[in-house]
Design a protein around this ligand. Structure first.
Ligand code: FES
Ligand code: FES
Length: 160
């Protein structure tokens, strides 16, 4: 089947999609967007997190056909057109929160979703709760918390 959706602001079509294919597979293997990672394919790790109609979802759990006519944003879509990184992306780098990087796209999408919807700077408990579904096997999470705090502080100071 054919699936037409908006991906990172661009009208996009994927052909020959099998009915059982996930949105994650279509993004990575058919549309050339490997940012969303495939670690568990069971909704357990959060590495495949994308926004679907502005809601954070695990792309491995969304059938590609369910994305028909909808808007998808991946980690690739957060950077500016000129390649300028989104403040959350930059904060993960600056805080040293990226080791192997496999969990990073999902964490960045969740953090982005948290910070854009938070009223004020989220407390550590709110950050931990929001990121509870995103697993990292490398960092011990402290650097990730640092990155979220850094992004929150920078975005608050610039009004983003
Ligand atoms: S690959 Fe989707 S939650 Fe792990
Ligand atoms: S940096 Fe390796 S899994 Fe998180």
């Amino acid at each position: 089947m054919r699936v037409s959706m908006t991906v990172n602001g661009e009208p996009t079509t994927a052909d020959d999609v099998w009915e059982g294919e996930s949105l994650l597979y279509v993004l990575r293997e058919r549309l050339g967007l490997p940012g969303s990672k495939n670690a568990c394919e069971q909704g357990e790790c959060g590495s495949c997190t994308v926004l679907l109609d502005d809601i954070a979802v695990c792309a491995c759990l969304v059938a590609a056909g369910q994305a028909q006519g909808r808007a998808v944003v991946t980690v690739e879509g957060l950077a500016g057109q000129d390649g300028t990184l989104h403040p959350v992306q930059q904060a993960f780098i600056d805080a040293g929160a990226v080791q192997c990087g496999f969990c990073t796209p999902g964490l960045i999408m969740q953090t982005h979703d948290l910070l854009r919807s938070a009223s004020g700077t989220p407390c550590d408990a709110d950050i931990r709760e929001r990121l509870a579904g995103n697993l990292c096997r490398c960092t011990g999470y402290e650097k990730i918390l640092d990155a979220v705090r850094l992004a929150a502080a920078r975005m608050a100071s610039t009004g983003e």
